[in-house]
Design a protein around this ligand. Structure first.
Ligand SMILES: N[C@@H](CCC(=O)N[C@@H](CS)C(=O)NCC(=O)O)C(=O)O
Length: 223
């Protein structure tokens, strides 16, 4: 039996969604974020040394890292579903987006979250304006331009095809969901990104996505 070690409000939502799309049976072990720090509980370290979610265990195997988990589940349980045939241009795009999501796209999104939140943390009152000025500078000069470039790129790619890897929905769309949802939550898709917004509407309408939401619990990305 597959066990998904699921942290509330996190990337492990993608794994639940993939399993729902595949129609594979699984069980969930739940972990709650610390409401102040938003970190995972120490008990998750007993499953994997990094203590991050998602982690999947099955038959004595422990698999961490969303992209690796998706590859494992598609290969072991997918029977050819949700992955383009090998040797096709679609398969190359599939691999690209599977890696792009965590390898490139999440870094500026995480920086945006951190530098946006830092000035709101407890600190001596006279330090706050300085902290805010430094954070705003980093956001304006480094983070926001990268996010804009990234969004323009994703928007342009979705002008070429309905889904990230081509005309068929694949697990690369599942992996990209956290990126596009975090982009929307952290201030910036809207009218200027109609393809990305329409893609979000399409994934949210999928019955498997909705089943996974019900199973996973409240899901509102940090901003
Ligand atoms: N690149 C990793 C990122 C894992 C990760 O950072 N997970 C977050 C949840 S979205 C987490 O566990 N945060 C809690 C913590 O760091 O304590 C993946 O895609 O699996």
């Amino acid at each position: 039996m597959i066990t998904v070690h699921h942290l509330n409000n996190s990337r492990s939502q993608r794994v639940l969604w993939l399993l729902e799309e595949l129609g594979v049976e699984y069980e969930i072990k739940r972990y709650e974020r610390d409401p102040k720090t938003m970190l995972a509980p120490a008990s998750l370290r007993a499953v994997h040394p990094l203590g991050k979610s998602p982690v999947v265990t099955e038959n004595g195997l422990t698999i961490a890292e969303s992209g690796a988990i998706i590859e494992y589940l598609i290969e072991r349980h997918g029977t050819g579903a949700l992955i383009p045939p090998g040797g096709t241009p679609e398969r190359l795009r599939y691999t690209y987006w599977l890696h792009f999501a965590e390898g490139s796209a999440m870094t500026p999104l995480l920086l945006k979250l951190l530098f946006g939140r830092l000035p709101r943390q407890p600190m001596p009152f006279f330090v706050r304006p300085v902290a805010r000025a430094i954070c705003n500078k980093v956001l304006e000069t480094f983070v926001e331009p990268q996010l804009r470039t990234q969004q323009e790129f994703m928007e342009a790619e979705l002008t070429k095809s309905t889904w990230f890897a081509g005309e068929a929905f694949t697990a690369a769309d599942i992996q990209m969901s956290f990126v596009v949802e975090a982009s929307a939550a952290r201030g910036g898709l809207g009218n200027s990104r109609p393809k990305l917004m329409a893609w979000l509407d399409r994934i949210h309408a999928r019955p498997a996505y909705q089943r996974a939401l019900k199973t996973g619990g409240p899901y509102e990305l940090l901003r």
